[in-house]
Design a protein around this ligand. Structure first.
Ligand code: UDP
Ligand code: MG
Length: 312
């Protein structure tokens, strides 16, 4: 029988943790009773440097309940790294990552296991609709997925980080040493057989989102710059086009100045290229700078997380 591990990243989730634990434990117990998973299957809560009572709650739940364990990161490393810490730490033939806030429907876990039993190494949880999200989040998410496809990155639409990975998939995931972690871009690169299960996304059970706009934007930028060279290439193409136009303009200016007898003191033709090229150059520098910064972070290759403590 296969051992299942559930990895739940938690950042200041004290308000919802008890409920999440109760529901997960119920599912794990049912699956064990039904003989679907082995009795050493575990729920791992990864405390991502919470400032509230999350860790003491995790310690309490681990001490008082079966199938419950915790991992404490030494500081807040972010959702993606907390997920990775869990994935790389836990044992288990199959590992499911799921958010702590009960937005992802836990009822599809047996379906994920079915797909796993049928030979899928990766099972993506895909949201059927986004009614529970604000219109803003829905639209920005849609734009993001469109843009990612346009940029040539392979991502599964409407899939966040609710997924099952097989032991084999996790072993290979270890070879991806990136600092700017964007798991939903990396997992499809594993190339293993994959399946999807569809679910309705609920409202957050309690507490508030830990992804304010600033974090969302930086996460989206990570996704784009980690998986696509297209922006850099566009700069090259744009540079070439601008070079052609400005070369023609220069030839025209020279011709008027040297051959004609009426060199018109052109205001527009002086000012426009200055403004335009200034803007283009700064934009290009910004894009190049973004990649350069990412490279800087990658080259330093600092540890992506540090586990301070575990409950077992
Ligand atoms: N999370 C984390 N570290 C962070 C931010 C978030 O471990 O720095 C966890 C959080 O506790 C939750 C999951 O990541 O379990 C998703 O975060 P959240 O629900 O706030 O994001 P949203 O669903 O609003 O995009
Ligand atoms: Mg959430």
């Amino acid at each position: 029988m296969k051992q299942l591990a559930l990895v739940v990243p938690c950042y200041n989730e004290a308000e919802v943790l008890r409920e999440t634990h109760t529901r997960l434990l119920e599912i794990v117990s049912q699956l064990i009773e039904a003989g679907r998973i082995s009795s050493d299957s575990l729920i791992y809560f990864v405390d991502d440097g919470s400032a509230d009572t999350t860790w003491s709650l995790i310690e309490e739940l681990s001490a008082t309940h079966a199938h419950t364990a915790g991992i404490k990161l030494s500081r807040n490393c972010g959702h993606q790294r907390a997920l990775l810490a869990g994935l790389l730490h836990v044992e288990g033939d199959a590992v499911i990552t799921v958010d702590a806030d009960l937005q992802d429907d836990l009822a599809v876990i047996p379906e994920m296991l079915d797909a796993f039993s049928n030979g899928k190494d990766v099972v993506y949880g895909v949201r059927k609709g986004r009614e529970s999200d604000t219109a803003f989040k829905r639209n920005t998410a849609l734009a993001f997925y469109r843009f990612m496809h346009l940029m040539g990155a392979e991502v599964v639409d409407n899939h966040a980080d609710y997924r099952l990975l097989s032991r084999r998939a996790i072993e290979h995931l270890k070879q991806f040493g990136e600092t700017n972690l964007f798991l939903r871009g990396i997992i499809p690169l594993l190339g293993f057989p994959s399946g999807k299960v569809f679910y309705e996304r609920h409202e957050r059970h309690a507490g508030v989102s830990k992804y304010p706009l600033k974090r969302m934007l930086s996460f989206a930028l990570d996704g784009i710059t980690s998986f696509s060279m297209v922006p850099l290439r566009l700069i090259g193409i744009m540079g070439m086009a601008i070079f052609c136009v400005t070369s023609a303009m220069s030839a025209w200016v020279l011709a008027v100045a040297l051959l004609g007898d009426s060199a018109v003191p052109g205001w527009a033709s002086t000012v426009l290229p200055t403004y335009f090229l200034g803007g283009v150059q700064i934009l290009c520098l910004g894009i190049i700078g973004e990649y350069l910064g990412k490279m800087y972070a990658e080259i330093k290759a600092r540890p992506r997380f540090i586990i301070e403590q575990t409950t077992r």
